[in-house]
Design a binder for this molecule. Structure first.
Ligand SMILES: [Zn+2]
Length: 68
């Protein structure tokens, strides 16, 4: 049981780091830095991630991460 808890912590740490790296992306149209919106759906262990440009309101991608 304790081992399972540790593995869950490692999983969520790597997900956080990946989201941080993707913050560095730039808009393909205007080179403005993209903002990342993350919505968590804890009831089905999914995180929905959306990258968008605040300058031209372009949404470049949406992604779903399964946590478990
Ligand atoms: Zn843009």
């Amino acid at each position: 049981m304790i081992k399972n808890k540790i593995e869950q912590n490692i999983e969520s740490t790597s997900l956080t780091q990946r989201v941080f790296v993707e913050r560095e992306n730039l808009c393909p149209l205007c080179n403005h830095q993209l903002a990342i919106r993350v919505k968590a759906y804890l009831e089905n262990f999914t995180i929905a991630e959306e990258a968008y440009c605040e300058n031209c309101e372009l949404v470049t991608r949406t992604k779903d991460h399964k946590i478990n």
